[in-house]
Design a binder for this molecule. Structure first.
Ligand SMILES: Cc1cc2nc3c(=O)[nH]c(=O)nc-3n(C[C@H](O)[C@H](O)[C@H](O)COP(=O)(O)OP(=O)(O)OC[C@H]3O[C@@H](n4cnc5c(N)ncnc54)[C@H](O)[C@@H]3O)c2cc1C
Length: 424
């Protein structure tokens, strides 16, 4: 199996591998990319009786979907204010409702498919490192009235019962959010696709595509002929479909896993809920392995750093919040690529007749792939036009190398702003 060394690839619930595509296969829909976007779309189509074939260049879940933070919570990578500025307040609220539906769909999949390997644990603490008390109360009240979505406000003392640090001033507890083992979740979706008759091929990169009328996707040893094609290649998108390639920026982000040390970790973290702060370069972390290890994520760069550099950087972030964890050793560090459009919103739509794309989920992909995969399937099946809600976020040129440089500079600028705000 070609997974990078991560906590998730070490703790697979089911090590099944899939064959490489050999020869010609015919199907209704061929999906390129075996991440959450591709698999969710495939699952929703297969649930409606459509024949699907997934082509994955490595192993399903090789990309961001199999190595992420595992936090499932509502929202897009793009802020609610930025969405409203583009589409208006009402349309922005409708879009946010979709992200809540996405969270519910992940939860329902876990329950209905009995995915015990997902190890779902409830709760997310969304914490502020800057003092803006009135904002948080207003935010919680707005969510309760607009979406019927309840947060619990936590003051500093309440936070310190769970987290032994003075970094957090206050925050919101989201009891409906949860965290999972994303790779085990994804692999269970794949099993369900197969149970419904879908076929999945690994080590089968799409290397050429004929898309004029009937669709034909070539791999090194085979070909899939289909009525339609869906491209779901995320941050690993190559030049196969130039418009798609130019439309997204690959952005790297990082995670590390500590050694098992339950007693030491309990001197800092006394909750199984996941934690996320409000900085642009936010830290997010949670306990795994029955609460014995700490999984810590954060930072973004436009060029993937080495595992050693990642570990150093994330460790510094961890010790900034919890200096008492200095003796805690880092065991593993890894990176993954996310796809971002310039406007930070997902990209889904029809590139040309019967050629669809679904990508650009940024750092908020578990809930958003769950709902947009469903919406894309509805569009393909002619069941709804909910896909039109994403029409204002068209697939535009993301700027290539200049776009990457601008993204990195923007990130550094926002990081500096975070530091200034925190010093005040
Ligand atoms: C470190 C990290 C932490 C994150 N934390 C969170 C989190 O806590 N919560 C959250 O909601 N989101 C998180 N995200 C974001 C989330 O993981 C992504 O948005 C989401 O997984 C994207 O799914 P995808 O299917 O679009 O892309 P991917 O999962 O990257 O899948 C794309 C797949 O396409 C394949 N592929 C590419 N080209 C070809 C080809 N030519 N032929 C065949 N296959 C091809 C790749 O091998 C890959 O498997 C995180 C991301 C990272 C990297």
């Amino acid at each position: 199996m070609s997974y990078p060394a991560t906590y998730y690839s070490r703790t697979l619930a089911d090590p099944t591998t899939r064959p490489t595509l050999q020869g010609v296969v015919e199907t209704d829909t061929v999906i390129v990319g075996g991440g959450l976007a591709g698999l969710t779309t495939a699952l929703e189509l297969a649930r409606e009786g459509m024949a699907v074939v997934i082509l994955e260049s490595q192993t399903i879940g090789f990309g961001a979907s199999g190595r992420n933070g595992g936090i499932v919570s509502p929202a897009f990578a793009c802020s609610g204010d930025a969405i409203a500025a583009r589409v208006g307040a009402e349309a922005a609220r409708a879009l946010h409702r979709l992200t809540i539906e996405g969270v519910r769909r992940v939860r329902d999949n876990i329950t209905e498919l009995g995915i015990s390997g997902a190890g779902s644990i409830p709760g997310l603490l969304n914490l502020r490192r800057f003092d803006m008390a009135s904002d948080l109360h207003a935010y919680a009240a707005e969510f309760a009235s607009d979406y019927g979505y309840e947060f619990t406000y936590l003051n500093r003392a309440e936070i310190s019962e769970r987290l032994v640090t003075n970094r957090y001033l206050h925050g919101l507890e989201d009891k409906q959010a949860f965290h999972i083992h994303p790779l085990n979740y994804l692999r269970a979706l794949a099993r369900e696709v197969e149970r419904l008759g879908g076929q999945i091929f690994e080590a089968s990169p799409a290397t050429a595509a004929r898309l004029a009328t009937a669709k034909s996707i070539h791999t090194p040893h085979g070909e899939v002929r289909a009525e339609r094609a869906v491209f779901a290649t995320g941050g690993y998108t190559g030049p196969l479909i130039p418009r798609l390639w130019r439309g997204v920026l690959p952005i790297a982000t990082y995670m590390m896993l500590t050694e098992p040390a339950a007693d030491l970790i309990a001197m800092a973290i006394r909750t199984r809920q996941a934690v996320l702060d409000d900085r642009r370069a936010s830290d997010y972390y949670r306990l795994v392995d029955g609460g014995t290890r700490l999984l810590w994520g954060g930072r973004i760069t436009t060029r993937a750093a080495s595992p050693d550099a990642i570990a150093r950087d994330l460790r510094a972030a961890m010790l900034d919040v919890y200096p008492q964890l200095a003796p805690l050793r880092t065991e593993l560090a890894w990176s993954g690529l996310m796809a971002y459009a310039r406007h930070l919103m997902p990209q889904l739509g029809e590139l040309q007749t019967d050629v669809w794309h679904i990508t650009a989920f940024g750092g908020h992909g578990i809930n958003t792939t769950a709902i947009t995969g469903k919406i894309l399937a509805e569009a393909i099946l002619g069941q709804s036009d909910r896909i039109q809600m994403f029409a204002p976020f068209a697939l535009n040129w993301a700027g290539g190398p200049v776009g990457l440089a601008v993204a990195q500079l923007t990130y550094w600028y926002l990081q500096a702003q975070d530091r200034r705000r925190e010093r005040r």
